[in-house]
Design a binder for this molecule. Structure first.
Ligand SMILES: O=P(O)(O)OC[C@@H](O)[C@@H](O)c1c[nH]c2ccccc12
Length: 261
């Protein structure tokens, strides 16, 4: 397995699932991630619960608060990743806000995450022009620091992220927070095309993906899609995880049926 980039390959649309660690409990996360791999996810984002998740909509905020109530800490997230690494082959990336990582200690956090088998980091509230220290700590430990771009990003910002992002670039589909939506925003093809002109990394689109057809439409514009809130809702609706597995299989099928381009 070639780290984060190993999840992207020719003629294949990459499917990335997001789960908040410890929601509704650690045992569920431990069971859900192998199930996501089996059902067709190529990578999983493990969300580190945080008290002030400014990029998140109601579903992930509630999951994050519940996980914090359960007492889930960054140490627990690293331990969970270590256990998951015994069970899955796909790349695992931490999705966490900067504050808990900074208070943990950038170098310790990166070293321990890498030792546990984590392959990359997404830190949505860390702008690329302020990410030098974490970039260095991550790189020293072989972790890919994945940067984000939004439709509102300027050409200069795109250039900076194109220079820095490792693994892939996370394209946020809307200027807003996470949460399931419908349809494909009309400006999205133009935004993706502009990033494509300036960057050579794989591109994955996230925010608002909630159905197989919509996932296929978004993936058709890029190299992959990321789904979070919808997966959390499915866990709520069916804690046996049957609904989660069925949905991910349907998304995988839609991505494969839509063809390579
Ligand atoms: O929940 P959605 O709309 O499917 O979006 C992806 C997402 O959950 C995940 O990548 C994510 C969770 N929290 C974030 C905060 C910022 C950026 C991205 C995220």
């Amino acid at each position: 397995m070639n780290g984060v980039t190993g999840a992207f390959r020719p003629k294949h649309k990459t499917l990335i699932g997001y789960l908040t660690v410890g929601y509704p409990d650690i045992a569920t996360t431990l069971k859900a991630v192998p199930l996501l791999e089996k059902a067709g996810c190529d990578m999983v984002e493990l969300g580190i619960p945080f008290s002030d998740p400014i990029g998140d909509g109601p579903v992930i905020q509630a999951a994050s608060f519940q996980a914090l109530e359960n007492g889930v800490t960054p140490v627990d997230c690293i331990e969970l990743a270590r256990q998951l690494r015994q069970k899955v082959n796909i790349p695992l990336v931490f999705m966490g806000y900067y504050n808990p990582i900074l208070s943990y200690g950038l170098v310790d956090f990166c070293r321990q995450s890498a030792t546990a088998g984590v392959n990359g980091l997404i830190v949505p509230d860390l702008p690329p022009d302020e990410s030098g220290a974490l970039d260095a700590a991550a790189a020293d430990n072989g972790l890919d620091l994945i940067h984000l771009l939004a439709p509102t990003s300027t050409a200069e910002r795109i250039e900076l992220v194109a220079a820095k992002s490792r693994g892939f670039i996370y394209l946020v589909s809307v200027a807003g927070v996470t949460g399931a939506r419908e349809g494909v925003p009309e400006y999205l093809p133009g935004f993706v095309a502009q990033v494509r002109r300036q960057a050579s990394q794989p591109l994955a689109i996230g925010f608002g993906v909630s159905s197989p057809a919509q996932a296929a439409a978004m993936a058709g514009l890029a190299d992959g899609v990321i789904i979070g809130s919808k997966l959390i809702k499915l866990i709520d609706e069916d804690p046996s995880l049957g609904g989660l597995e069925t949905f991910v299989r349907q998304v995988r099928q839609a991505l494969d049926a839509a063809g390579p381009d």
